[in-house]
Design a protein around this ligand. Structure first.
Ligand code: ASP
Length: 409
């Protein structure tokens, strides 16, 4: 049996077992959860998380060195950021359109009294965030797992290695060998993925209160529909039309990473596996994958933007607020920023939603309405988040090929 099939089997079995225990015996679920599901899931999660920081450092450094030409880095960087911003804007537009047409927050008899949310409602100022991309201490960044700072540091080192060439060949060799070790370990960890996903899914599905989903069904389905439309139309479309590759093969090839993202709800944690899958199954060159995907896992969150778009319209409808056209534009802009600022770990998209809500004067307490069912949506949107990064990597890879053809022609 192929690894993808095994992971899917783990996923399916986990869902069924979790669901059965959830409805038949909460006590049995608690027991199995503590002694089987959580350990299986956490061991797997720790194993992949263990590799994230070293992989980002090593692979981006090598990626930048591998490009060999700072101009090329600039070109790839520009393409990547443009693709990320354009697709995220598209994603949120789909979300707002669907939520405005189907009105999930109207007539559901939602009770907003007593709904609370006491998380942060303010996002850090944009300028501060930008300045902080440059780490004052790269070791602290690695300690804290601050991805943007690690990426920035790695780009500097990669740039220096490119300029210094022969003089620093030894360090390049060292990084190349470290990369071999890390990729070998990713492969090894991947073998445990079927068991890990089983545990993670059983915990997630078994721990749900299904009554909450029923009340929120319209919202839930609209987020799912927007995610699906975005994946098929935007990613399928760019793969077919711009990258000129077969979209079905793209989705099939990338499926193992999507299932892992689905079970971990974390773009960051899935990163080693999404890079490996894109390089192996989608034939994205290492130098491009290792630049585009870590950056994407950190700043490109289309699935998150979709949830934030639907949630904002939903909360406005529940509170009976009519958003003006200008306010909708503000929602689009802030949701793009919020999704850029969302860290690739579980549940952060919901916290960043507070920033979108306050930007148009909606009560952040509204988050209390959707928090109960966010876990399941988080799983789905994370799978979409990393698929967007892979689609971008394929697009950049294909367009760079043409560039290569042109320059050699
Ligand atoms: N869990 C998401 C991710 O890691 C972020 C979020 O939307 O909460 O991609």
């Amino acid at each position: 049996m192929s690894l993808t099939k095994k992971i899917l089997l783990g996923l399916g079995l986990g869902a069924v077992v979790g669901l059965i225990l959830n409805v038949t015996s909460p006590a049995a679920f608690e027991f199995a959860n503590t002694y089987i599901f959580v350990p299986l899931g956490q061991i797997f999660l720790n194993l992949i998380k263990m590799l994230v920081v070293p992989i980002v450092l090593v692979s981006i450094t090598l990626g930048v060195t591998g490009l060999g030409d700072p101009k090329k880095l600039g070109r790839i960087g520009a393409k990547t950021i443009t693709y990320f911003l354009a697709t995220t804007t598209f994603a949120i537009t789909i979300a707002i359109a669907l939520a405005s047409i189907f009105k999930p927050g109207v007539g559901g008899g939602f009770n907003t009294e007593g709904v609370t949310y006491d998380g942060a409602t303010e996002a850090p100022p944009v300028m501060e965030t930008l300045i902080n991309i440059i780490p004052t201490n790269p070791f602290t960044s690695m300690n804290d797992g601050n991805m943007l700072q690690i990426i920035a540091f790695a780009i500097f080192i990669g740039f220096a290695l490119t300029v210094l060439g022969e003089k620093t060949k030894g360090i390049v060799n060292l990084f190349e060998q470290a990369n071999e070790i890390l990729m070998y370990l990713v492969n090894l960890v991947m073998k445990t993925a079927p068991y890990g996903t089983f545990g993670l899914i059983a915990t997630a599905i078994g721990g749900q209160g299904y009554a909450a989903i029923k009340a929120m069904l319209a919202y839930f389905l609209i987020v799912l529909a927007a995610l699906l439309i975005h994946a098929v139309v935007t990613y399928g479309g760019t793969i077919a039309l711009i990258a000129k590759r077969n979209p079905i093969e793209f989705f099939k090839g990338f499926a193992p990473a999507m299932t892992v993202a689905f079970s971990t709800s974390s773009s960051n944690a899935t990163l080693p596996i999404s890079m490996e899958t894109a390089q192996k199954n989608l034939k994205v060159p290492e130098s491009i994958s290792s630049f585009v995907q870590p950056l994407g896992a950190t700043i490109n969150m289309d699935g998150t933007a979709i949830m934030q778009g639907v949630a904002t319209i939903f909360i406005a409808q529940v509170y009976g607020v009519d958003l003006t056209f200008t306010q909708i534009l503000v929602v689009i802009l802030t949701a793009v920023l919020a999704s850029v600022g969302t860290a690739g770990v579980p549940g952060v998209g919901l916290i960043m939603l507070a920033m979108v809500l306050t930007a148009v004067g909606l009560p952040a307490e509204g988050i209390g309405l959707i928090i109960g069912i966010d876990r399941l949506l988080d799983m789905t949107r994370t799978a979409v988040n990393i698929t967007g990064d892979a689609a971008c990597a394929v697009y950049v890879a294909e367009s760079e090929k043409k560039h290569l053809d042109k320059t050699t022609a």
